[in-house]
Write a protein that binds this ligand. Structure first.
Ligand SMILES: [Zn+2]
Length: 260
């Protein structure tokens, strides 16, 4: 965690938020273990104190929504001092061997899971993704919708799927309208911008976000300290081009809209 702070300072950031993948009631390869949660908080408070006056640090979490299994209103651990939560869907329906269909990971593995759970039908998986995502928004318990169309990353390698298709834009637009109705923010996730030239949500949806006037924040979703601002310069320009001139920023008094 201290490496992230050092890189944030080196990159001239005034504020930095940690949002580790929150613990789940079962083990996964990328969620924090429940046993490590007190440690996460302890290290955060140590760093907040150590770097006071140099950078403002915030304690957050990215919390999974798993249909019928887990959501951000959990009482599995103490969320009382968590300053912001990102709600994300990574897992869809259960796998026959246990666990859940994950939208992330290598495409070859994604394709195998798709064959088993959805008969190889990417449209079915995408529809399920937005159905569960919409349920997550209705359940609430978080402020920011994480990488709202992330399934497109593996999805676009499947035949029969294209982000430009009408049925797909409809799904994303309906989801954006629901997010607006629930007063949530969305992150503009730059994780894949350098490697693939795409953001989550896809750049084509920026004008709809502008039209619906949904508050946004820019987030690198980086799992590596040296990549915490990857894609920021380019993506801020793309937002401006779509007429979006402000982002949400957290301070001690809550969220404020800040022009950039
Ligand atoms: Zn995520």
């Amino acid at each position: 965690m201290e490496d992230f702070v050092k890189f944030a300072l080196a990159k001239g950031m005034r504020k930095f938020g940690f949002s580790s993948h929150a613990p789940l009631p079962f083990h996964t390869s990328w969620n924090m273990n429940l046993d490590d949660f007190p440690c996460y908080k302890k290290e955060f408070y140590r760093l907040k104190e150590k770097y006071v006056g140099q950078i403002e640090l915030f304690l957050g979490l990215e919390v999974d929504y798993i249909e019928g299994v887990f959501d951000a209103n959990t009482d599995l651990y103490d969320l009382s001092d968590i300053e912001y939560k990102i709600g994300s869907v990574h897992y869809l329906d259960p796998l026959p061997e246990g666990g859940f269909f994950s939208i992330d990971g290598k495409f070859s593995d994604f394709k195998k899971r798709l064959d088993v759970v959805y008969n190889g039908d990417i449209r079915q998986a995408v529809e399920r993704y937005f159905e569960f995502s919409s349920n997550m928004v209705r359940k609430g318990g978080f402020e920011i919708v994480g990488h709202m169309d992330k399934i497109s990353q593996n999805g676009m390698n499947c035949s029969g799927f294209n982000v430009k298709e009408k049925w797909y834009s409809r799904l994303v637009t309906d989801y954006l309208e629901l997010i607006k109705a629930h007063g949530l923010m969305i992150e503009i996730n730059t994780k894949s911008y350098i490697r693939l030239g795409i953001t989550y949500p896809d750049i084509q949806f920026f004008p709809i976000i502008k039209e619906l006037d949904i508050p946004v924040m820019v987030n690198s979703d980086s799992h590596h300290p040296d990549k915490i601002t990857d894609g920021f310069d380019e993506v801020f320009k793309l937002l401006k081009k779509a007429g979006i001139n402000s982002v949400m920023e957290l301070s001690e008094n809550g969220w404020n809209e800040v022009e950039f």
